[in-house]
Design a protein around this ligand. Sequence first.
Ligand SMILES: Cc1ncc(COP(=O)(O)O)c(C=O)c1O
Length: 475
Amino acid sequence: MVRAWTFPLALEAAATEPLFLQIARGISGDVQRGRLRAGDALPGSRTLAAELGVHRNTVLAALRELAAEGWIEAEARTTRVARDLPAPAGRARLPKSGLGFDLTPPPQIAELAPPGWRGLDLAGGLPDPRLIPVDELGRALRRALKARPTLLDYGSPLGEPRLRAALASLLGEVRGLACPPEQLMITSGSLQAVDLAARCLFRPGDRVGVEDPGYPPVWQTLRAAGAELVPLPVDGEGLCVENLEALLPLRAIYLTPHHQFPTTVTLGAARRMRLLELARRHRIALLEDDYDFEFHFEGRPVLPLASGDTAGVVVYMGTLSKILAPGLRLGWVAGPKALVEALGAQRRMGDLHGNRVMEGAVAEFIEDGLLQRHARKMRRIYAERREALLEALDRHLPGPLEVVPTGGGLSLWARTAPGVDPAAWATRAQAAGVLVMPGRRFDFQGRKVPFLRLGFAALAPKEIREAVRRLQEAL
Ligand SMILES: Cc1ncc(COP(=O)(O)O)c(C=O)c1O
């Protein structure tokens, strides 16, 4: 039986080695590599000749050569790999180690949770995977594929038109952003949006402001695009805009104005106006990461900076990672049309385009009103969980932890009392099965800062109470 064996090489008509020898070396090489094993039947000479586009006599000459060298034998009307060959040491495999070239050291990426973590997770601001509407998503996927099998073709680097339209109209309805679909591009999460924007905007050595404390994964992305990062302080009203002028020139500022990461404070109205004005005057791109707009629990959400941008300085980025599921890898970036087109061209070079099938399915999901329904449900559930965490902290840890009051976000930012070492506490908590993040993980210089970040979205109220109890014990 011939397994699905195909000839391994392209023949070179212009080579000095005659064609029949190239064919013979190709076959004996595959025996040595283990792609062909003792006793395997070779395709017939006519088939092989047709496959290789050579005269049959050339193949017959190659087979004679191989038989003379003992690689093959004729059996009945079939030519087989000789059975008395010494068995290869094993099938050829890629070398496990021993790189044959130089590798630039990959960046060290600090993971939030230890790999395979199974305890109570108060660390992330991620949604509860148990609440993701998998049945509805599955149905939307099936419907999209049945109705539009062309989703399996190549597509546009800007994303599925239906999803672009659905998200653009949602941004208008919910976030007060008048965004035509041609000014919005789908990305693989907001991190890719940051990456593409950085690659389009920055020249090596450009100074780029980032919030401090802030979101370290994005710092790495910005640096990889050549940026020199400038930490910008954050206080109870978000990014401190007052002294920005002294730090110019800045090519861009990456910020999370709605729920500042990790403090969750909202950028005040006066600062917003000042920032937009400063950006307009000095031509600074504002990379606005609005990653969890929907999860605002007290008062009305504040509209994005982008909704007040008349000068085209804001690059507005968002994600379905919090509202739906991070593994979908669906986000977007919106801005002036010329920027979106440049981002598309940038994406095409490394990624061609996103997963059209999933984009088509999520477009269905949004068009049917399911995303909005899910968001409403999750806001209610997360509000309960937030309340449960606030109550539990108030009951068990009123002295050691003081929560910074803010209106939204999927985590709390809590100041630790003098004498409490947040990093040591987090380590002991982890040993007791609870994951929390010490503030130093988000400090630009990795300094010890007296804060803990406590995410509540992934745990039910009962689990939250248990986690806080263990946190108290670990103190
Ligand atoms: C500040 C911030 N931006 C963006 C994201 C989401 O990133 P992505 O859309 O790439 O999943 C997160 C998720 O944790 C985040 O905390």
